[in-house]
Design a protein around this ligand. Structure first.
Ligand SMILES: Cc1ncc(COP(=O)(O)O)c(C=O)c1O
Length: 410
């Protein structure tokens, strides 16, 4: 432990303990904390107090910091025999998306600042903030499904209904509008009003229902049944796979573009997940292109360990947890297609804390990639790694990292 005195008279204690983390404690007095607090009548010294805080920090770090589950692929899962593996047909999706008048390849940027902070050679970021003017990669999903429908039938009399934490709803609304259909989007009370307004600007009818994404999904399903509307969910479950399968095919466009843009094969790929569609589509294409080599790490909030929990349980399970600030990733149930795909394509399932999510968004902002804790969660996991975790994942100063910046600032 190292002590330094500050000009203010405070003392700073720093230590580097087993988990490779630095803990810093500022004590209020150079030597003594005063006569209080005391231990059995003896005044406690600042350095002793600092050590107590550090021990507490160490325990807290152990209990609450990023947790990574490593699997040997494929992870065994039961109960998914009727669930398809994800589509790898990026050419089909690219051909149709290219016909959209606002479609444009999004940039792949190298960030020296993030690479330096992470202690790696390169960090390449697929920047999805400008995707089709909708602010996120989700533009590639639901709108693509509606475009596929419109190739077969006239959809102008249809109403598409969905539940969304924001971005998926935007894609449903924009796709419906483009093809003359109507859209209804159920959102939870926790979704920011700014998202509700943006959905309405796209022509959607917005309905607030429940406290969580799952509540709003139940309401959307009921509305579909009651009114004969078309449910267009980004999640998949037993008996509901056709649309989400097609939707995830749309996401392959971003990975196909990235594969063209990357100067070299990445050694590691960090992919944030809500229901898992984005991560699954990207991982499927990465494996198709580079086989076993890149290490693929799926990143979720501790508060919503849908994929992590299901992989650990060997079957799809609903996770429990508080509401996460990483709202777009706050899904307690995985998409079953994504779960099945990631069990064969991903190597690791990481859970980041809310503080780590904020730190990732903060660094991304400073590096010129203004986003949200959801949009920068892959970056957050990369910079949250401690030395032992870096070793476990084989991350070194020579590593080349690929991340997706999945949305702009909320
Ligand atoms: C910005 C952003 N990033 C990541 C995700 C996670 O995607 P998925 O739910 O397909 O795992 C979402 C989902 O809404 C999102 O909006």
């Amino acid at each position: 432990m190292i002590f330094r005195a500050l000009p203010s008279g405070q003392r700073v204690a720093t230590d580097r303990w087993a988990y490779g983390r630095h803990f810093t404690v500022v004590a209020q007095s150079p030597i003594w904390l005063g006569t209080f607090p005391t231990f059995l009548g003896t005044p406690l010294r600042a350095d002793i107090m600092a050590r107590l805080f550090l021990t507490h920090g160490l325990l807290t770090a152990h209990l609450w910091n990023m947790d990574i589950l490593h699997i040997t692929r494929p992870a065994p899962l039961s109960g998914l025999d009727d669930i398809p593996l994800p589509s790898r047909d990026a050419p089909r999706a690219q051909a149709l998306v290219a016909r959209c008048p606002v479609a444009k390849v999004t940039p792949l940027e190298a960030s020296v600042a993030i690479a330096t902070q992470a202690g790696v050679q390169d960090v390449w970021i697929k920047d999805e903030r400008g995707r089709m003017g909708l602010g996120s990669f989700k533009a590639l999903g639901a709108a693509y499904v509606i475009a596929c429908d419109a190739q077969d039938i006239d959809v102008s009399g249809r109403t598409y209904v969905t539940a969304s934490a924001g971005n998926h709803g935007m894609s449903v609304a924009a796709g419906a509008k483009a093809f003359g259909a109507a859209s209804v989007v159920y959102i939870a009370q926790t979704v920011p009003q700014s998202f509700a307004s943006r959905l309405e600007e796209q022509g959607a009818q917005v309905v607030r229902e429940g406290e969580t994404y799952e509540d709003s999904l139940k309401a959307a399903e009921k509305a579909a049944d009651d009114n004969g509307w078309d449910l267009l969910s980004d999640g998949s479950w037993h008996g509901y796979t056709e649309r989400p399968y097609r939707l995830m095919e749309g996401y392959t466009v971003l990975m196909a573009e990235a594969i063209e843009q990357l100067p070299e094969m990445p050694t590691h790929i960090f992919l944030q997940a809500g229901v898992g569609g984005l991560a699954c589509a990207c991982a499927a294409l990465a494996r198709q292109t580079w086989s076993d080599t890149p290490r693929i790490i799926v990143v979720e909030p501790h508060a919503a360990a849908a994929l992590h929990g299901s992989i650990a349980a060997g079957k799809a399970v609903e996770s429990s947890g508080p509401v996460s600030d990483m709202g777009r990733l706050d899904c307690k149930m995985p998409s079953l297609i994504a779960l099945k795909g990631l069990a064969q394509d991903a190597d690791d399932f990481a859970l980041i804390t809310e503080a780590e999510g904020q730190a990732g968004a903060g660094l991304a902002m400073v590096a010129g990639f203004g986003s949200s804790p959801s949009g920068a969660a892959g970056i957050a996991a990369l910079i949250a790694l401690d030395d032992a975790q870096r070793d476990d994942l084989g991350i070194t100063a020579q590593s080349r990292i690929f991340c997706v910046l999945s949305e702009g600032p909320a």
